[in-house]
Design a protein around this ligand. Structure first.
Ligand SMILES: Cc1cc2nc3c(=O)[nH]c(=O)nc-3n(C[C@H](O)[C@H](O)[C@H](O)COP(=O)(O)O)c2cc1C
Length: 141
C-alpha cells in the first residue's frame, strides 16, 4: 500500500477543499493517506511517504504562504528527498499562476520530482475538484 502525505496551508478554505479532494482520490486508489495543515505536519510525514502533495495559496505577489509553509519546505531541503514524487496545488486571487511555476522550480531544487501542478482561481469549480481527485489517484500509483 502506498503512503501519501498531503500537507497544506489554508486560511479561507479554498486550498483545504482541494487537499480533501486529493485525499479522496488517493484513498479511493488504495493509498494510506496522511492529510495535515502544515502547522501540524512534521518532516517525518514527508520522509515516510512514497509521494506527497503540498498546497498553498498565492500570497504577497508571487509567493506561497511565508510564515508556515515556506519555512516547513525549507526544512526539507537538506534531507534525502531522492526524487520523491510530488504534486503542488493552490489557489490565487488577483495575480496569475506564476507563483506556482516559481514554487515548482524551488521544489525541484530541493530534490522533488514534481509531476503535476493544479492552480485554481479562488474557490475550485466542480471541474477543478474532479482534477484534484485525479491527482490524488496519480499520487497513489
Ligand atoms: C494576506 C493575503 C495575501 C494575498 N496575496 C495574494 C496575491 O499576492 N496574489 C493573489 O493572486 N492572491 C492573493 N491572495 C488571495 C489568496 O491567494 C486567495 O484568496 C486564496 O484562494 C486563499 O486560499 P485559502 O482560502 O485556502 O486560504 C492573498 C490573500 C491574503 C489573505
Amino acid at each position: 500500500m502506498k503512503k501519501v502525505s498531503i500537507i497544506y496551508w489554508s486560511c479561507g478554505g479554498s486550498v483545504e477543499m482541494l487537499a480533501n479532494m486529493i485525499a479522496d482520490g488517493a484513498e479511493e486508489a488504495g493509498a494510506k493517506v496522511t492529510i495535515k495543515h502544515v502547522a501540524d505536519a512534521t518532516v517525518v510525514d514527508v520522509i515516510e511517504a512514497d509521494s506527497v502533495a503540498f498546497g498553498s495559496p498565492a500570497m504577497d505577489e508571487d509567493n506561497i504562504e511565508k510564515l508556515e509553509m515556506q519555512p516547513f519546505l525549507e526544512s526539507l531541503k537538506d534531507l534525502p528527498i531522492n526524487n520523491k514524487k510530488c504534486i503542488l496545488f493552490g489557489s490565487h486571487g488577483w495575480t496569475d499562476d506564476k507563483f506556482m511555476k516559481l514554487w515548482a522550480n524551488k521544489m525541484k531544487s530541493y530534490g522533488f520530482d514534481c509531476i503535476e501542478e493544479l492552480t485554481v482561481k479562488e474557490f475550485a469549480t466542480k471541474e477543478n475538484l474532479e482534477n484534484a481527485q485525479l491527482l490524488g489517484r496519480k499520487l497513489a500509483k
